[in-house]
Ligand binder design. Structure first.
Ligand SMILES: [Mn+2]
Length: 311
């Protein structure tokens, strides 16, 4: 039998890459034939972690054939999956989001649990089995947990995330300032990097019959980005709307050190919805919300708003 392909959505972020590498390793170690499979380009943050520790990037997959068995990690949605994956081919799903399509995968064994990072669910498997973990998998899983929980400051962070991060950290030799440097590395959006980050982060979802997309940037000095690059942010959004005919769409910029979000959009319906949900207001297409909030927390609020909207 062909090895199962462990994969996620196109252009996987750090959490997805960590889960792909970690779970393929775990499955192999328990005797299940499995392979890492990346479609598109891993996010810069994942590359930064692998580069810092001189580890290989995960194997790029070419295409899905109809006899492949697919394991999905860090996603449970049809949207955003690599082309060619049919929901019947998915044999297992490990994910951590409320908003999911898991009912559309008839053959999948499901593990969907509300932790901050899907990487935590993978780390727990090694931990529970008291199994050796490679440095490559351990650093990716550790970095993913820290990144996904915004260094444990995000509301999505749970005791389970903290416990697994500590366990992984105890098995690693981390350079001084590793977390700071990782956050700084992903904040570099100079020049073309802003538009390519927006593109790699773009995905849209059907929420209560509306096409919704939130581009999430997690950076330091978010106020400066908003001040200097707002025209590019708006232009990028406009392009997504032109191509995909979106109903609700904005950029959510998480200000990692100042603990606040900026929301940017020129779309009137979106401004209304974001203003209503968070009780904030837009000035020149920008609104600020104190505290950190992540896309996976915002999405269910939008869904609820749309379902109850009578307009
Ligand atoms: Mn995730």
């Amino acid at each position: 039998m062909k090895p199962a392909l462990v994969t996620a959505y196109m252009n996987p972020d750090l959490d997805a890459v960590a889960c792909i590498v970690g779970y393929a390793e775990y499955l192999s170690k328990i005797g299940v034939q499995a392979e890492e499979a990346i479609f598109g380009e891993p996010h810069d943050e994942a590359k930064y972690v692998l580069d810092t520790f001189h580890h290989d990037y995960p194997k790029k997959a070419e295409a899905i054939s109809s006899d492949d068995r697919v394991v999905l990690v860090d996603t449970s949605e049809l949207a955003g999956l690599p082309e060619g994956i049919k929901s019947e081919q998915v044999v297992e799903i490990i994910d951590h989001r409320k908003q999911n399509d898991s009912h559309l995968f008839p053959n999948a064994k499901l593990q969907i649990e509300m932790v901050g990072s899907a990487a935590t669910l993978i780390a727990e498997k090694f931990h529970a089995a008291n199994m050796e973990i490679s440095e490559r998998a351990a650093i990716l899983l550790y970095a993913a947990i820290v990144s996904n929980t915004l260094n444990f400051k995000a509301k999505v962070a749970t005791e389970r995330d903290i416990k697994m991060a500590e366990w992984l950290k105890s098995r690693l030799k981390l350079p001084d300032n590793f977390i700071h440097d990782m956050f700084a590395a992903k904040s570099d959006l100079t020049g073309d990097k802003l538009s390519s980050r927006m593109k790699s982060d773009f995905a849209w979802f059907n929420l209560a019959g509306k096409r919704e997309s939130i581009i999430q940037l997690e950076i330091v000095d978010a106020d400066k980005l908003v001040r200097m690059r707002k025209p590019e942010l708006l232009k990028g959004l406009q392009k997504f709307d032109d191509e995909m005919n979106l109903d609700v769409y904005f950029v959510s910029i998480i200000d990692l050190l100042a603990d606040r979000n900026f929301f940017v959009t020129a779309d009137a319906l979106t401004q209304q919805l974001v203003s209503d949900i968070f009780n904030i207001s837009f000035t020149d297409n920008v609104a600020m919300r104190p505290g950190l909030i992540m896309r996976k927390e915002i999405t269910p609020l939008i869904k609820e708003y749309l379902e109850h909207a009578t307009r």
